[in-house]
Design a binder for this molecule. Structure first.
Ligand code: XMP
Length: 327
């Protein structure tokens, strides 16, 4: 499947009918490629890997093994949703690994953003490779590679982020059932496969997860404040009808504190920064002009509900000069 290219005349998949046709063709192709062998998939809960999982479950059922590694830097409710949707609703053969302590121990005291990213990336491969070695008789590795990944790696814009990076002893053959699709098509296919809307229309989420939003050396208390404030922001955006309209929105917790007063007593707590941006290609971005009353409501909830936080700020910086993520 490695050299399959998107045909020049391929019709853009925009309807359930076109999606179902694609799914049928792929299921046939997957069965032909895989035969009676077994497939492994790193299931992050992101759109691409979720669609690949749902497609493979349809094609080969329990001969697919999904591994969901929780690196402790996922958003509130995400690992639970992966387990609920794939194991409970779709009956997937899902191995869930809570590697939170392992990641946070490795990250303890590390404040340099690039070093943090490298640690998270390497640890992820190590955990996944360890699990893969425990399994017998796996021939294939499924990946959520999509067509823009191929184009960008050919253009030399970025290294193909799905290119595995697994150690040499794990030389699987690749299975890439969404390889020729654009992102919008992956979503239409995901919907047709019955995945829930909040998985299919999920905003982009970086691989290093909350790790690049818990600034500096990650601590568990700030990570909790980050996760809780992010959940409040998502709830309020959904209630205001902004989910799916604003391209990306999240919170950030920096590694400095400021003076405040709570219940008549001095407090010395963390700030929470809100970021909400719109973009087409993530190369440049504008800030969403949020309604002030909504900002006030989110602020009030964060200050009342999130422990250790005494200020809320809104990031007004477009990209460039600022990047979307803070690290
Ligand atoms: P920046 O911060 O560079 O982000 O303006 C642009 C977009 O890319 C996402 N992002 C990542 N996605 N792995 C990913 O899969 C990463 O390491 C990563 N870093 C940033 C970011 O969330 C934004 O959508």
């Amino acid at each position: 499947m490695e050299n399959i290219r998107r045909p020049d005349n391929m019709v853009r998949i925009t309807t359930p009918e076109l999606a179902n046709k694609y799914i049928e063709e792929q299921i046939e192709a997957l069965r032909a490629q895989i035969g009676d062998k077994k497939v492994l998939l790193a299931l992050s809960g992101g759109v691409d890997s979720s669609v690949v999982a749902a497609m493979l479950i349809k094609a080969i059922g329990n001969r697919l093994t999904c591994v969901h590694v929780n690196h402790g830097l996922l958003r509130k409710g995400e690992p639970e949703q992966v387990i609920k949707v794939f194991r409970e609703e779709m009956g997937a053969n899902l191995i869930y690994i809570d590697a939170t302590d392992r990641f946070l121990d490795k990250l303890a005291g590390v404040s340099d953003p690039e070093t943090k990213r490298k640690i998270i990336g390497k640890e992820f491969i190590d955990v996944f490779a360890e699990e893969a070695r425990k399994l017998d008789g796996i021939t294939f590795l499924a990946q959520g590679t999509i067509w823009p990944d191929i184009l960008e790696s050919e253009d030399g814009i970025k290294a193909h982020h799905n290119a595995g990076g697994l150690p040499d002893d794990l030389n699987f053959e690749l299975v890439e059932p969404v390889r020729i699709l654009f992102k919008d098509e992956v979503r239409v296919v995901g919907k047709a496969l019955g995945l829930p809307d909040n998985m299919v229309y999920r905003q982009p989420f970086p691989g290093p997860g909350l790790g690049v939003r818990c600034l500096g050396a990650i601590t568990r208390d700030r990570l909790t404040a980050l996760r809780e404030s992010d959940a409040i922001l998502r709830e309020e955006f959904a209630a205001a009808g902004l989910a799916g309209k604003v391209w990306q929105y999240f919170t950030i917790v920096p590694d400095f504190r400021s003076t405040g007063v709570r219940n008549g007593q001095r407090c010395f707590d963390w700030p929470v920064i809100i970021r909400a941006v719109n973009t087409k290609d993530a190369m440049s971005a504008t800030v969403e002009p949020l309604d002030f009353a909504l900002l006030q409501k989110i602020t009030a909830r964060i200050l009342a509900e999130v422990k250790g936080v005494n200020r809320v700020l809104y990031d007004l910086s477009p990209k460039p000069v600022a990047t979307i993520e803070w690290e």
